[in-house]
Design a protein around this ligand. Structure first.
Ligand code: XMP
Length: 519
């Protein structure tokens, strides 16, 4: 397993919580390598010497039922510190003879306050004196398991934090990994450095050379093909593989005509001239536009764009002989999401430009050098590889591009209008030092024409919607609060400079219930 490449890792056993990957991130952010596995993968581990701590995640299972997810009891006898979170705590309590009850009286969803009962290594500097935490549980531990003591409680649950100091086993009912929990980081810090006695030794920058060597070892003298979009993931993949095998990497850039203003040409030039990559540019905007003609259903648009992209990529790659590998920018969250907690594969892998459909048909072996990393880590890796800041810290951009930001049917005229509006918006964000405070921002064109007045004339033009969100991983998002002056300025600038738009609106919805993209 991947973690065996590292001298020290924290193993996270995923019972299916939506936020397990945040646990992994928090730990890596603290300078320790973490690795997520499903309970069923545990039996594959023969050597525990590199595992310095184990975390049992939350999940939908209930130990009050006759069947519930568990772990082999021998993981508790290896003298490795263990921290249970939510379901993880309940499972520890169950396995050690405690009592767990499901009851409306004890359930807690959302914010709760935790109060200190006794001292613990886990809660050093955590209480101040009460702490707001994020809860999501129906079951609660009602009787302490043998050998454990109560560390903290809330109004509804007496046993919110428990510990067995002798055996180094700890449990928290709340989720320290989510940002809504105050001081959540302290819990992880204490677990890693005081309980597991780890040192801060993990950093993504230190992985660069190993990754390059790994690619060399796998690919040898063979050829690799890669779809380069100019997004951070495919850019880092291309630079990394190029460092390993030079010209044996062939990058294909398919210009769908649905990119932001000037973006494609800019990216092409950078990769060709600055990084000296073997890049082939395919201008396919006409065919994309003709296939999208009169199509307004979002799902149809996505399918048309995705399938056409695959077709063109496939056609172009056939022009090269003897390619063995297809490189993809799959990230660690995609890998975590693609495994269910029972170990079965689901079909959730999201891949850039839907290239995921390619290998089966094309008979290529996948090479995914970023699959161990989170997006932020990929950015750091990009920086150490010398990737332009502009590309490295660019906001995420969806594979179908402006095709799903022009609501309704897509025309060349609308693309041009939207590119101009978006360009103004993004430039203003940069000039006002707001771009990097925002996770993703863009302009969209609504299929709504309204009446306006410019000078002495009546106008009847499109509405531009601006969206800007803050988020951690795109799974949830809040809209960004702009100062009123910024909104005034941007509205004015777009309406005055972009012919075809006479109204600007700002989207103030969060995800959920809305999504980040409109289609
Ligand atoms: P939603 O709209 O689902 O978007 O809230 C979450 C994140 O995913 C991006 N996104 C895509 N990325 N291909 C991609 O590569 C796609 O088809 C796609 N659709 C949405 C979106 O921009 C946001 O960052």
């Amino acid at each position: 397993m991947q973690f065996q490449k590292f001298n020290e890792s924290i193993l996270i056993i995923d019972f299916g919580s939506q936020v397990t990957k945040l646990i992994a991130r928090r730990i890596r952010d603290l300078g320790v390598h973490s690795y997520v596995i499903t309970p069923s993968e545990l039996k594959k581990i023969k050597d525990y010497s590199k595992i310095k701590g184990i975390i049992l995640s939350g999940g939908p299972s209930s130990v009050t039922k006759s069947k519930y997810q568990s772990v082999p009891k021998n993981i508790f006898s290896k003298n490795i510190p263990i921290l249970g979170i939510c379901y993880g705590l309940q499972l520890i309590a169950k396995l050690y003879g405690g009592k767990i009850k499901s009851s409306n009286k004890r359930r807690e969803f959302g914010r709760a306050f935790v109060f200190k009962k006794s001292r613990s290594l886990l809660t050093k500097n955590f209480f101040s004196p009460k702490v707001a935490v994020w809860m999501s549980h129906e079951d609660a531990v009602v009787k302490l398991p043998k050998g454990f003591k109560q560390v903290a409680f809330t109004k509804n649950s007496k046993l919110t934090i428990i510990e067995n100091k002798k055996e180094k086993i700890y449990g928290v009912q709340f989720h320290p990994e989510v940002t809504h929990t105050d001081n959540g980081k302290k819990i992880f810090k204490n677990f890693l450095f005081s309980i597991c006695k780890l040192k801060k030794r993990w950093s993504i920058a230190s992985q660069k050379n190993r990754l390059i060597q790994d690619v060399k070892k796998i690919v040898k003298k063979d050829k690799v093909i890669c779809a380069l979009s100019g997004g951070v993931d495919s850019s880092v993949v291309a630079l990394l593989i190029n460092k390993a095998i030079k010209k044996n990497l062939i990058c294909i850039m398919v210009d769908t005509g649905l990119m932001r203003k000037n973006e494609f040409k800019y990216t092409y030039k950078i990769f060709k001239n600055k990084y000296k990559l073997n890049v082939r540019l395919i201008n396919a905007s006409n065919i994309f536009l003709s296939k999208l003609k009169n199509i307004s259903n979002p799902e149809k648009k996505r399918k048309i764009i995705g399938n056409l992209f695959i077709k063109i990529f496939e056609r172009e790659s056939k022009k090269f002989k003897k390619i063995k590998y297809l490189a993809q920018g799959t990230l660690y969250p995609d890998i975590i999401e693609s495994k269910s907690s029972t170990g079965s594969k689901t079909s959730k892998i999201k891949s850039h430009h839907n290239v995921g459909g390619l290998p089966k048909k094309m008979n290529l072996t996948l090479i995914e050098p970023l699959k161990e990393f989170f997006k932020d880590e990929v950015r750091i890796l990009g920086k150490t590889l010398g990737l332009e800041k502009n590309i490295c810290y660019r906001h995420p951009f969806p594979g179908p591009g402006l095709g799903i930001r022009i609501i309704g049917n897509v025309t060349r005229e609308k693309i041009k209008i939207l590119q101009e509006a978006d360009h103004i918006f993004i430039n203003e964000l940069n000039e006002n030092n707001l771009y990097h405070k925002i996770w993703q921002a863009y302009a969209a064109l609504l299929p709504v024409k309204t009446v306006g007045v410019m000078g002495d004339s009546r106008t009847y033009e499109f509405t531009c919607l601006l969206r800007a969100v803050i988020s951690e991983d795109g799974m949830t998002a809040d809209y960004f609060s702009f100062p009123k002056e910024f909104l005034d300025k941007i509205s004015n600038k777009i309406i005055n400079n972009v012919k075809g738009i006479n109204r600007v609106v700002y989207d103030i919805s969060s995800k959920p219930p809305s999504t980040i993209e409109l289609e």
